[in-house]
Design a binder for this molecule. Structure first.
Ligand code: SF4
Length: 274
């Protein structure tokens, strides 16, 4: 069995930065999961005393709080400022950018359309900056049920696929007279997606490693599956199954932006054993 790792995969710039901030601020509290990887947040808790608060009520006054990579809602940020001034902002700069765009466009009277997953913390955060006249769509079909008016600004969740974003932009162009398009998909995501697609074309099977609540990991899995039907999504090596490897000669491995190298290496090692 030959194992091939995608040319670009695993930790991105924003996640590396957040992990560095957490490791250098022992015993702090993260507002929500710092990154979407349960084992890595567990490592930070065990090794550095970094705990997770799932709501603002769990934060004692004057605690040191780290804002997660996906950012938080504007109202939550304001409330947090009333509880503590000791705030370290690990929001990825590529997430801060769509938040600012949403605020500016809404202030200029545009209806803001956000392409993304409405339950994702990043999207909830961006939406909170967009004011009343805004909507989240999962695809172009969902635009049909939304009254946008004639001036629209379009933003994407950072980890979404460019192909679907283009479809939404085209659908909007047909119905509004003024459209501002902001390509807020981040390069790290784009590079991982391209590398996964290319690798999936060369192999018999693909393993995508990452948190099952991680948007960019799920996106990689969808892309891999489109090209290589024998694709599997796992969080770590314990989920690998021997029968997946039966009769296969080349296995490709890729990983989401919040998957640390140590988890990828465990998967490679176990796959080699199979
Ligand atoms: S995937 Fe992109 S937007 Fe998300 S944390 Fe990484 S660098 Fe930032």
């Amino acid at each position: 069995m030959q194992i091939k790792l995608a040319d670009s995969c695993g930790f991105c710039f924003g996640v590396k930065r957040a992990i560095r901030l957490a490791e250098s601020n022992r015993d702090s509290i993260t507002m929500g999961e710092l990154i979407h990887n349960h084992r890595e947040t567990e490592r930070l808790r065990e090794g550095f005393g970094v705990r997770i608060a799932n709501s603002i009520c769990e934060i004692a006054s004057n605690s040191r709080v780290i804002i997660r990579t996906h950012g938080i809602e504007r109202e939550t940020r304001a409330k947090l400022g009333e509880i503590t001034q000791d705030i370290i902002d690990a929001t990825c700069p590529y997430v801060t950018k769509p938040q600012k765009i949403a605020e500016t466009m809404s202030g200029e009277g545009y209806f803001v359309v956000i392409y993304g997953d409405r339950m994702h913390p990043e999207v909830k955060g961006v939406l909170s900056y967009a004011g009343e006249r805004a909507a989240v769509v999962a695809d172009a079909k969902e635009l049909l049920s939304i009254k946008t008016g004639d001036r629209v600004a379009l933003i994407s969740q950072t980890t979404k696929a460019i192909s679907s974003f283009n479809l939404i932009a085209s659908a909007l162009l047909e119905r509004v007279s003024e459209l501002r398009i902001f390509k807020t998909i981040c390069n790290a995501t784009f590079e991982n997606q391209e590398a996964t697609r290319n690798l999936a074309k060369e192999v018999d099977m693909m393993i995508i490693v990452g948190g099952k609540n991680s948007s960019n990991t799920k996106q990689l899995y969808t892309i891999a599956k489109e090209v290589c039907s024998q694709s599997y999504l796992i969080e770590d090596a314990t989920e690998l199954q021997a029968q997946w490897f039966s009769g296969k000669s080349v296995c490709g491995i890729s990983a989401g932006a919040s998957t640390p190298d140590w988890i990828i290496n465990e998967v490679i090692k176990k796959a080699k054993d199979f």
